[in-house]
Design a protein around this ligand. Structure first.
Ligand SMILES: O=C[C@H](O)[C@H](O)COP(=O)(O)O
Ligand SMILES: C=C(OP(=O)(O)O)C(=O)O
Length: 461
């Protein structure tokens, strides 16, 4: 089927209902901002998006694994070299462990350089009898609970662009400037294993990576091959006025691409088949992901494939399952089975964060590390039972030692939550919990080798 991927066609979403859009108080001000954004240079290039689509095609075929992670909500204040570096460091460390364990390439995708907009359950928030618009991300309004901060301001869309641009600049520099060197990354993991209360458990895996690196060097492998890393940027394509202003024609092909990020995803709250988000995503050539919550039916999934991947092009569409640890075993098997039977080759990714949130007695919104792990385990179990590929994990994380999620090897207790609860929206795994998760996923893979990976001897003692 031929989809019209021209820039003119990419505007068709405007005729449809768009969920979760801010009530901008001044439509003229919004139009002035989007007109200005239309003149800005692209943040990413179409060729890079194609490259990611090819890598995701390998995931869909069972030959690669995705690690997608980053903040729930990036903030403008969080655009600093230290914060971006520490997030990348965490992703790179997790990726080294996962590459070794899965024995397939790990496609590294940040929730980064554009993750500034949040869908919310409620349009307003009430505190002490005062009702104000809910915080919808730094791209829309401020977190402070004042009428001024909470009023949507389209000027923020320009700050979103510039913050994304500065972040991408740092990512490109860190990824290619030696910071991502595999030896270096492995040294950090060694420090983690040595300094972690449960490090012993991972000692054997770390030694295995040491041996593999020494073996490669002894064989004369070119060390420069391991000196840099490809890192892609992704975010939820929520604010369609922003996305539309950053949609451009690729001169090579004449097709429209979102140039705000390499991969865009559609959230659980905006994946309506007759809604504007699916329509917009159907018209751009970027790789697209859709979050699938516990109410998703196989018919929903098949209809999304028809809308977003009518040509059944591996790498074009990824499904990010976020069912919750109690629902994953009930809901996911039927979806995977029917999608597989349809002949579509999507990449399946597990988001074990969004279905496992609860409010602690202190009032903090949190998640338990064990619940996160339980959902990932369920995801692997389902794919193992069906002989399909568990294609990756999607994690809300930060490189800082925050106390937002409870549990983990270096246990964060409910009573610790107040110490460093810094997220602007949902709770993130801290650096330690993120690395712990990567090692635990490595152990899951040991027990359930990937279809396309090499059989490997046990990685944990
Ligand atoms: O990150 C996801 C959503 O934006 C978030 O879970 C919404 O949270 P809320 O239910 O507090 O609005
Ligand atoms: C809002 C998000 O997720 P979901 O759509 O799955 O709720 C998110 O990932 O930020």
């Amino acid at each position: 089927m031929n989809v019209d991927h021209t820039l003119a066609a990419a505007d068709s979403w405007r005729r449809l209902p768009a969920a979760q859009q801010p009530s901008w108080p001044d439509p003229d001000a919004l139009r002035a901002v989007t007109a200005e954004l239309e003149t800005y240079p692209p943040l990413v290039f179409a060729g890079e998006c194609d490259e990611l689509r090819d890598q995701l095609a390998a995931v869909a075929r069972g030959e690669a694994f995705v690690l997608q992670g980053g903040d729930c909500a990036e903030t403008f204040d969080g655009v600093s070299a230290d914060q971006v570096r520490d997030k990348l460091k965490t992703l790179l460390q997790m990726s080294a462990v996962l590459t070794y364990a899965t024995a397939v390439p790990v496609v590294k995708i940040g929730r980064i350089a554009g993750q500034y907009s949040k869908p919310r359950s409620q349009p307003t928030e009430t505190r002490g009898g005062v009702e104000l618009p809910t915080y919808r991300g730094d791209s829309v309004n401020g977190l402070a609970f004042t009428a001024e901060a909470r009023t949507p301001d389209p000027e923020r869309l320009k700050r979103m662009y510039h913050s994304s641009s500065a972040t991408l600049n740092l990512i490109r520099a860190f990824a290619t400037g030696g910071y991502a060197d595999l030896r270096q990354v492995h040294e950090w993991n060694r420090d983690f294993v040595a300094g972690s209360p449960i490090g012993e458990r991972y000692e054997r895996l770390a030694r295995g990576i040491d041996d593999a690196l020494s073996f490669l060097e002894a064989c004369g492998a070119d060390p420069s091959q391991f000196h840099s890393a490809g890192i892609y940027a992704s975010h939820e394509a929520l604010l369609l006025d922003y996305e539309a202003a950053l949609t451009r024609t690729d001169l090579r092909t004449g097709s429209a691409y979102a140039v705000s990020g390499h991969l865009l995803w559609i959230g659980e709250r905006t994946r309506q088949l007759d809604g504007a988000h699916v329509e917009y995503a159907s018209k751009v050539r970027n790789p697209i992901a859709v979050k699938l919550g516990p109410t998703t039916t196989p018919d929903d999934a098949l209809a999304l494939i028809d809308r977003l991947d009518p040509d059944r092009e591996p790498g074009r569409l990824s499904f990010i399952a976020r069912m919750g640890k109690d629902r994953i075993l009930d809901v996911l098997p039927d979806l995977v089975e029917k999608v597989t039977a349809s002949g579509a080759q999507v990449a399946w990714i597990s988001d074990p964060m969004h279905g496992n949130t609860f409010t602690a007695p202190s009032g903090h919104k949190t998640r338990h590390f064990d619940d996160v792990l339980a959902e990932v385990r369920g995801f692997f179990d389902v794919h193992h039972a069906l002989g399909t590929h568990p294609g990756g994990i999607h994690i809300e994380l930060t490189g800082d030692n925050v106390t937002e999620c409870v549990g983990g090897g270096d246990e964060v207790l409910v009573d610790d939550l107040h110490r460093r609860y810094e997220t602007a929206c949902d709770p993130r795994l801290n650096r330690f919990q993120s690395l712990d998760l990567a090692f635990q996923v490595a152990e899951l893979v040991r027990d359930r080798p990937l279809v396309g990976g090499f059989a490997r001897q046990p990685v944990a003692a």
